[in-house]
Design a protein around this ligand. Structure first.
Ligand code: BES
Ligand code: MG
Ligand code: ZN
Length: 500
């Protein structure tokens, strides 16, 4: 997609359509809205007067008119944004995405957006706008041979009067990297398990690493055995597909972070989760192709990091494993030993995410990580607790948790903290081993998953994101298709950049 910035009047844009953000109850008596009212021959004022359009957040209205004078576009899309005081750069991504999706469906090939987010930094507004446009174009049609989404936006023009054009250009470039990285994540998460087994997930990460200046190392089962990763390997026993540990490294040319500090992003990459011998019911089991969404978000974030080149090192670890039932599969009751020496009684083979993460976080720390953020579609319980609007966050370090939550606010992603602590950790004590992989039935399922992973963190500061509810959108939104969401990519990128 081509992009362009205009810092003079928006009427200079040579596009099929114009899109403009409109505040709640705003009247077109002056400024940009008045200009729109003039070029539409009074249509803006009349639709506002008739209360057809009120500027509420998420509202859209398309006006068609005969272009006059300098303006060549024959339509204007009004996009409601609600209260001016709530309007932040992150909202611009939604506004731009909503416009791009709406106008694409009207067969527009190009459009100009007047975002009107004056409180925020222009470069950040540009980045959010471009990201929103790019992610809005993602569709689930990769495997359709018919009924593809025939139209696409191929030129996006951003208009911020009086802005510095270099700032906007940089912002647009940044937004392109972030948007493409999110769509890269979403493509991975959407891949069927026959097309993306662990080996293919590793191949895609490796290919991406070359393009994004990252180091990539793929550990095979033999190497993991040598490292003592008995917990992770117990999950792949029932699968014909060998497990892979994907290790991505970003090392800046010149580091400005605290000496000896390293952030690691660790992702659950279960390419398909049947539940193993504790097999899941067949209804909706197909959804479990998304059980590698945490890993996909790590891969996408690392892509963005490699291309944006922050000045701090970042380690990305993805445990790519398939969970299948088979004659060789792990049985409920089996005991395994993890890399850190702890023994685990596996009482439910469907609680496999924590088993692979146990060794992945221990490995991250062995590799020098001092802060770890893991992300995983870990529990069905988090969907009961928080639904699809907030990601659960838990961990052993309040400062890190607060930082992730703050970065989430800046990025437009919601997190909600759940507790951990001794009162919960006692729930995973095993009768015959150090710990067991499930807690008491139906009690605090998401917390039980987290306190299990905590057993494998030694000195590092650690936060765990349970993205089971937020990694997949069950319905289309104005700015976003149904399906994978690339959750946490934008937030984690902010976290990395904040520690520079
Ligand atoms: N991948 C699932 C989590 C999940 C379940 C996501 C349903 C979305 C919808 C995970 O591996 C799992 O099966 N977890 C179990 C844990 C339980 C056995 C303690 C769960 O949540 O039921
Ligand atoms: Mg195997
Ligand atoms: Zn499972």
């Amino acid at each position: 997609m081509k992009s362009k910035a205009i810092t003079d009047n928006f009427l200079d844009a040579d596009v099929n359509a114009l899109a403009v953000a409109v505040f709640k109850d705003e009247k077109p008596t002056n400024g940009v809205l008045k200009e729109f009212d003039t070029i539409t021959g009074g249509l803006v004022a009349s639709t506002i007067k008739s209360e057809e359009f009120k500027g509420e957040a998420g509202e859209t209205l398309l006006l068609r008119f005969m272009p006059k004078g300098k303006n060549r576009a024959g339509s204007v899309l009004l996009i409601g944004i609600g209260e001016k005081s709530d309007y932040k750069a992150a909202n611009v991504a939604k506004v731009a995405g909503t416009a791009a999706r709406f106008l694409r469906k009207c067969k527009a090939k190009s459009f100009a957006l007047i975002p009107r987010c004056e409180a925020a930094d222009d470069a950040e507004v540009a980045a959010c706008a471009m990201q929103g446009v790019i992610t809005s174009q993602f569709e689930l049609d990769k495997y359709k041979t018919q009924e593809k989404n025939g139209t696409s936006i191929d030129t996006f023009v951003l208009c911020i009067e009086g802005a510095n054009s270099k700032d906007l250009k940089n912002g647009l470039e940044r937004g392109e990297i972030i948007g493409d990285s999110m769509n890269f994540t979403r493509d991975l998460a959407n891949e069927p398990a026959n097309i993306l087994p662990p080996t293919e997930m590793a191949n895609r990460a490796q290919k991406m690493a070359k393009e994004a200046n990252l180091k990539c190392e793929i550990l095979d089962e033999k190497q993991m055995e040598k490292l003592g990763m008995g917990s992770l390997l117990s999950v792949s026993l029932g699968s014909a597909q060998p497990a892979k540990l994907i290790v991505l490294r970003y090392e800046p040319k010149k580091s400005t972070g605290k000496k000896g500090e390293m952030l690691a992003l660790v992702g659950k990459g279960i390419t398909f989760d049947t539940g193993g011998i504790s097999i899941k019911p067949s209804e909706n089991m197909d959804a479990m192709k998304y059980d590698m969404s945490g890993g996909a978000s790590v891969i996408g974030t690392m892509r963005a990091i490699g291309l944006l080149k922050p000045t701090v090192p970042v380690l990305g670890i993805i445990a790519a494993v398939e969970n299948m039932p088979d004659g060789k599969a792990t049985r409920p009751g089996d005991v395994v030993t993890a890399m850190n020496g702890k023994t685990i009684e596996i009482l439910n083979t469907d609680a496999e995410g924590r088993l692979v993460l146990a060794d992945a976080v221990a490995y991250a720390e062995q590799q020098g990580a001092t802060r770890i953020v893991d992300m995983a579609t870990l529990t069905g319980a988090v969907i009961i607790a928080l639904g699809d609007s907030h990601t659960a966050i838990l961990g052993n370090d309040q400062q890190l948790i607060d930082e992730v939550i703050e970065c989430g606010k800046d990025a437009g992603e919601n997190f909600w903290q759940l507790p951990v602590g001794a009162g919960y950790s006692k729930g995973i004590k095993s009768d015959i081993a150090d710990i067991k992989n499930i807690g008491p039935a139906r009690k605090a399922g998401t917390i039980m998953g987290a306190v299990f992973i905590e057993e494998f963190v030694d000195k590092a500061k650690w936060a765990h994101l349970d993205i089971a509810g937020t990694a997949w959108a069950d319905a289309e939104k104005p700015h976003h298709s149904k399906g994978p969401t690339a959750v946490a990519v934008r937030t984690l990128l902010k976290l990395v950049e904040k520690s520079q």
